[in-house]
Design a protein around this ligand. Structure first.
Ligand code: PAF
Length: 279
């Protein structure tokens, strides 16, 4: 497995890849089965798979967990090598943001970036769109794979790629879950034993709410029931919302493809999850 720690090394390699398509799996490292599933999906599409590992400071607010974000580079590389990944790209912050963050040119996808997670994390999706745009320019992938667990992120990236006429095929891969239903996430590692035992309630709730929508319960009522249930179970909900899938706008009568999205704190840990459904 090749490991590129600078942009120039990556570019030298990329220039020679003219035969097979190149797929990119962007990550912030601390890889778990969910990430490895994205890699496997990329490997189904092509033999040339690049995994980027970069904890992107631009998508963290000053009060967020950038400094304590787990960094496990050696273990990550071992797991990727075992899967037969072609290359890891792990640039430095200086390589990615040579002029610093204050005056960095950025990419903003309007509307969708300011709602749901974007409302409680101002600037987060600008940071995500900017780094993903930069990674696309650096790696020049034909295909890029993202998890549906970060559903809003996936739609932000799809809209960015379409709006900016990027020739990258964006694949959204279904969420990997623990046996008890908890969506796999690097942040699950922050949960205490007691919190970890409570956390699967989120997915159970999403399934119950999806059933209620199928039965014709109005989205606003479903949201209210969901928020009440989360609070009763000891979560501190940030939001729970039923939206239409393509742009996450409120559901209109004609919309059939819906997604229930939620973010809630368990202790100090903010968990997110979502469930797509058709009515
Ligand atoms: O989902 C993530 O891990 C990050 O937001 C991403 C897409 C790698 C951009 O930093």
């Amino acid at each position: 497995m090749l490991v590129f720690s600078s942009l120039s090394e990556l570019r030298g390699w990329r220039a020679q890849q003219t035969a097979d398509p190149v797929a990119l799996v962007p990550t912030m490292g601390n890889l778990h089965q969910g990430h490895l599933q994205l890699v496997k999906r990329a490997q189904q599409a092509t033999s040339q798979v690049v995994v980027s590992i970069f904890v992107n400071p631009m998508q963290f607010a000053a009060n967020e967990d950038l400094d304590r974000y787990p960094r496990t580079f050696a273990e990550d590389c071992a797991a990727l090598e075992a899967l037969g990944v072609t290359a890891v790209f792990a640039p430095t912050v200086e390589d990615v943001y040579p002029r610093g963050l204050a005056n960095q040119t950025s990419v903003t996808v309007p509307e969708i970036s300011d709602i749901l997670c974007g409302a409680s994390r101002p600037g987060h999706f600008r940071g995500v769109a900017t780094i993903v745009c930069k990674l696309f320019n650096m790696v020049q992938p034909d295909i890029a794979v993202f998890g549906q667990k970060d559903y809003q992120q996936l739609q932000v990236i799809r809209l960015m790629a379409a709006d900016l006429s990027m020739s990258v095929d964006i694949i959204g891969e279904p969420t990997e879950r623990a046996e008890d239903g908890l969506a796999l996430s690097s942040r699950n590692g922050y949960l205490t034993t007691e919190e970890r035992a409570k956390a699967p309630f989120i997915y159970q709730l999403l399934q119950q709410l999806a059933e209620q929508l199928q039965q014709g319960v109005a989205p606003a009522e479903v949201e209210q029931r969901g928020l009440t249930a989360l609070t009763e179970q000891g979560f501190r909900p940030d939001y729970l919302s039923v939206r239409r899938q393509q742009d996450l706008q409120p559901v209109a009568a004609a919309d059939t493809k819906l997604v229930i999205l939620l973010a809630a704190y368990l202790g100090n840990t903010r968990l997110i999850d979502n469930l797509c459904m058709q009515r």
